[in-house]
Ligand binder design. Structure first.
Ligand code: 8YV
Length: 325
């Protein structure tokens, strides 16, 4: 008897074929009101779930008494109540590693785009306003050789440090739960307490997961500690930052600029004050969004789900305490 799974994210034909071969699949290909209603109707029979970008809280999962496993197409797991899932012995898996390099590339795309004002100046050309050689009013700031500050030295933080150190000759300073000697050796990086990093970095980059501990970590006090020429980069989660404080810091020129791929609420409202500021580069949570990487993430999630439903420990099990083995 094939296990019943519910997908709330469309997959490639190749991956859909793999799932159809081993499971009975219900696809919810849109998470609008109708899609969410169909998802709720499907949950009572679901033994497996696969998808991303949807908060699966207890209220929703109480509708799924037969649920054995959830495979998230993401590295971040802030959409899940880990304790609830562990209590119910529901195996949660994610997709680390496969997205690390692409997400770090996005981080550097934002560093370069923000420091060199790429979006603003490209729009000036597009709008036919390039009528003479650009002057100081349109100059950006250098990236090479500047101090790269990384808050959160996990896989993505390390990949960012690699790019800064080897690619741009940047001194790397970082803050994390504890010092990372291997990172310090590989990238000549130096550990800093958070206030010291904020005061010393030319680029302050967030690569933290969103947890109860990190929510709201960067607020008015932290922006006030940054240098006026500092550029703030967020490729982690919007809620790690007090967005109101960020807007104020940008308006008050407490920091030079911000490159943001994530926001407190997503999609970002078109009337957000962030979009009125020309020293903000805002992108639509595209960190891992390349054809290659999203396919690799989805394939990883399919592997994790099929393993879990076959009674095997998924390679990327998040809540290891839920594992019976
Ligand atoms: C995806 C992400 O945007 O992996 C994460 O945590 O934020 C991104 O890679 C998203 O979750 C959709 O798959």
């Amino acid at each position: 008897m094939k296990k019943q799974i519910v997908l709330y994210k469309k997959l490639s034909p190749l991956l859909m074929a793999r799932l159809h071969e081993h499971t009975d699949v219900t696809l919810i290909d849109n998470l609008d009101a109708d899609g969410l209603s169909r998802l709720r109707d499907a949950l009572p029979r679901a033994q497996g779930l696969l998808g991303a970008s949807l908060k699966l809280d207890a209220g929703l999962l109480d509708l799924a008494p037969n649920l054995e496993a959830i495979a998230s197409v993401s590295v971040g797991v802030d959409n899940y109540d880990i304790d609830y899932l562990t209590e119910r012995r529901i195996l949660l898996s994610n997709t680390p590693d496969v997205l690390t390099e692409t997400t770090a590339d996005t981080g550097f795309a934002l560093i370069l785009a923000t420091a060199r004002r790429v979006v603003e100046l490209a729009n000036l050309v597009r709008d036919g306003q390039w009528t003479r050689n650009i002057g100081p009013a349109h100059f950006g700031t250098d990236v090479h050789g500047k101090t790269l500050g990384i808050i959160g030295m996990g896989r993505i933080g390390e990949a960012l440090a690699q790019r800064g150190h080897f690619g741009f000759g940047m001194p790397v300073i970082y803050h994390s739960h504890s010092p990372k000697p291997a990172v310090e050796q590989r990238f000549d990086a130096q550990y800093r307490r958070l206030p010291d990093l904020l005061q010393q970095a030319d680029f302050v980059c967030l690569t933290l997961p969103l947890t109860a501990e990190t929510e709201g970590l960067i607020g008015a006090e932290q922006f006030a500690q940054m240098r006026p020429e500092a550029i703030f980069i967020n490729i982690s989660r919007g809620k790690v930052v007090n967005e109101t404080a960020l807007i104020q810091a940008l308006r008050d020129k407490q920091i030079r600029a911000a490159g943001l791929d994530v926001f407190e609420r997503e999609p970002l409202n078109a009337d957000s004050p962030l979009l009125q500021l020309n020293n903000v580069v805002a992108t639509p949570h595209m960190g891992s969004a390349t054809h290659e990487t999203r396919e690799a993430m989805a394939a990883c999630a399919v592997d994790n789900l099929l393993s879990a439903l076959a009674g095997e420990r998924p390679k990327n099990l998040v809540n290891v305490r839920a594992w019976k083995g």
